[in-house]
Design a protein around this ligand. Sequence first.
Ligand code: GLU
Length: 474
Amino acid sequence: MTDSSIRVRFAPSPTGHLHLGGARTALFNYLFARHHKGTFVLRIEDTDRERSTKESIQAIFDGLQWLSIDWDEGPFYQSERLNKYNEISRLLLESGKAYRCYCTPQDLEARRQEAISKGLPPKYDGRCRLRSDNPPDPFVIRFKNTEVSEIIVPDLIRGPMSFNGNLLDDWVLVRSDGYPTYNFAVVVDDVDMRISHVIRGDDHINNTPRQISLFQALGAPLPKFAHIPMIHGADRAKLSKRHGATSVMAYKDMGYLPHALVNYIARLGWSHKDQEVFTRDELITFFDLDKVGSSPAVFNMEKLLWLNAQYIKGTPSPELADLVKPFLKTIQSPIDYLSSDSPPGLAQIVEVWKSRSRTLLELAESVHPFLDKEFPYSEHVLSMYLTKQAIPLLQSFASRFKEIQDWNKPSLEEAIHETGKEFGLKLSQLAQPLRAALTGQHVSPGIYDVILLLGRREVNHRIQKAISMAGGHT
Ligand code: GLU
């Protein structure tokens, strides 16, 4: 059931990637629509013909689809709505609320400089307002601004904001090439699409007074405005490339789960008590604009990583196995699990690793030694654990493991215990060199999980290899 009075839109300009700020604007609109059982419209603002590209439009769809942010109406393309903008500009011309301006860019620039030199605001001086001729020269269409000393922008997040109306001039609605300006097309569309709430980044605040005066000139009801504060980096500067990746799809490539990213960006500026992890349904239930703060949100990579780790841990292993596949490195020499009694599937390997991996990329790295005989040994492992002193210990493991009849945890525990007694070492001291030999890493899941997953044949093979790498003879 929809409440037809609530209608919101995401209106990206397709001039680059879908970045985190854009995704958050889309998400807030989506959550607001879903929460209020309203309608979410997607509108592609592609009237900037030089900067809009097909690839960027595709990037918007890809990003929204990956984040499962779906819309109800659209996509509408502004480039396909030129007739609508023409119709409205004609109405404004006919009713005397707009006029043709024939001033050339050179004239405008000269007059701008003159105003600046006199200490006046460099705004259009209205020279063509009273022109009644209609020469065959290029023209723009300007809005006949009614000067008021103050324009109030009501805002659901910041409260009412006051703007000096004297600074507004007769701004351009339609360029000389017949294309609408951003402020004109946005208002025409917001009216035509019956948008009830304009939820967008606060970098648009300065456009809002102009837009409000146009709504009024068109006799259209004002939507409610909600300007969401910017996202900042830890240094309090606006989030940019130097703070890390800003494109949504870069997070996909880095091994983030879409729901973790959605959960994270939902919390950039919005909160619900001190809850950090939300299901989609919870986000929809709890989201509303009154809980969106008015100060900039700070992007914190560590928190995103933490959240991603929670989502990885919570994903069923078979599903995780599918997700990690694209991240797996090429396998040079597959382990011949077929010869063992019960070869582990990827889901089983993932199961023992998932609580230790913060991204799918990390998970893929960890899983690799369980799929490939050719896995790397870290420098740390080589210098700390695969040393000459480790050789007798590894040899002892090898011979005790050989004697095991049933390859299961109790028999392995006993064998390792015996080796411990022989060398006077505790389990923790024994596990490290064994882990190093078996995985090339100094951290891994429980050593028994590792041994059982790899199976007798591969464990033996790896211990022998480690002994020879440590300088011993097998
Ligand atoms: N097209 C504008 C942008 O991408 C947004 C317009 C709006 O939300 O009013 O920044």
